[in-house]
Design a protein around this ligand. Structure first.
Ligand code: TXA
Ligand code: MG
Length: 341
């Protein structure tokens, strides 16, 4: 059975950490909070332990995992050919929601962390619980998001429980995560570096440190060959989700059309905008507040699954800041579908 341990982010809780460390050292998996989403961790140097992650999640095993480290210095143990621009990024952005992809050092990280890849994605999470766990463990953790494959990433311990209960021994509960979308994945093996997945560290922030970067894939549904995770269904709610323009009359009309068709409608959108006709409304933050929207998006998608809505409409937001990641996830949850009249 799955146990949930609550830890206070600012206190010692040595006992809970010890239990987590014991499980991990024996090759087990543990769910833990990071600043982005909850991760499902296993010793990155232990192939059997890593295999348990794929089994618990039902994740296709050709999709590489991110290696989490507790100190910046460790990066040299697992990666080679680290360019100078990467040092600048690590200095400015770690700990934080930025995963850097490097050429892999041979023979250290288990093969199945990066199946068939010569590269490895590494990040130092900015969360007291994650950092404490890594410190007590003294080893790197391979950790994807702690959801069942295809579901939205978990931003609360009870999301993890809903997806993985009975499949993992322990969830370390550190409360709600702050950023709410996953880390930005930046490939440092290209010149200039390439954003493989937009995320919690904004393009503006990255470019202010190292100048312009490439974007591998900006269009919804488009495949990014070097980020294999992009080709699978992602963040999918149980009912079909459509992205819709943030326009009161368009949304009212859409709801009217769907109602005439006998469909119940859930809407995800900004706080200020409450479409009276919607059967359910899940506000995710003040209009134009991209950070709030990122923090609340996955919870709102999971809330839609608690309703018997036949269709979900999610309002579009602009692409500045973390809005780029919000729209990337919404377009994936929608599988590229837009509702237009
Ligand atoms: O915020 C996050 O990144 C969270 C927390 C737990 O740290 N983790 C996370 O992991 O989102 P996951 O496995 O759900 O997503 C990892 C993404 C995938 O799209 C994968 O394809 C890409 O990173 N990735 C990992 N290693 C890679 C590599 N060597 N080359 C290219 N892409 C890589
Ligand atoms: Mg994931």
């Amino acid at each position: 059975e799955t146990e949930i341990f609550s830890v206070d982010n600012h206190m010692d809780n040595i006992v809970s950490y010890q239990q987590a460390v014991d499980i991990l050292k024996k090759g087990g998996v543990v769910a833990f909070p990071t600043e982005t989403v909850y991760g499902l961790g296993a010793l990155a140097t232990d192939e059997q332990a890593v295999q348990r992650i794929f089994e618990a999640k039902g994740r296709p095993s050709d999709n590489p995992l991110i290696v989490h480290i507790g100190t910046k210095e460790e990066v040299d143990k697992y990666a080679v050919d680290i360019p100078e621009v990467a040092n600048k990024l690590m200095e400015a952005c770690w700990p934080g929601p930025l995963t850097l992809v490097f050429h892999k050092r041979a023979g250290v990280i288990a093969e199945n962390v990066t199946p068939g890849f010569q590269t490895v994605g590494i990040r130092m999470p900015d969360h007291p619980v994650a950092l404490r766990l890594l410190k007590e463990l003294g080893a790197p953790l391979a950790a994807p998001s702690a959801n069942r494959s295809g579901k939205p990433s978990p931003t609360e311990a009870n999301h993890v429980y809903a997806d993985l209960q009975g499949r993992i021994p322990l969830i370390v509960d550190g409360g709600r995560t702050g950023v709410g979308v996953e880390s930005t994945v930046l490939d440092m093996t290209t010149v200039p570096p390439t954003i493989l997945r937009p995320g919690g560290m904004t393009r503006e922030m990255i470019e202010s440190i190292i100048g312009p970067v490439n974007a591998e894939s900006k269009t919804p549904g488009e495949e990014a060959p070097r980020a294999p995770g992009m080709k699978y269904a992602h963040y999918a709610p149980e009912s079909p989700l459509f992205v819709i323009e943030l326009d009161e009359s368009i949304i009212s009309e859409a709801i009217a059309i769907l109602h005439a068709d006998g469909k119940k409608v859930a809407v995800i959108g900004p706080d200020e905008f409450v479409p009276a006709e919607a059967d359910w409304y899940f506000p995710i933050g003040p209009i134009h507040d991209q950070n709030a929207m990122a923090a609340n998006l996955y919870h709102a998608i999971r809330q839609c699954d608690q309703t018997d809505a036949d269709i979900i409409l999610a309002t579009e937001t602009d692409l500045g800041g973390v809005g780029e990641a919000v729209m990337n996830r919404l377009n994936k949850a929608a599988d590229g579908k837009r509702f237009s009249l």
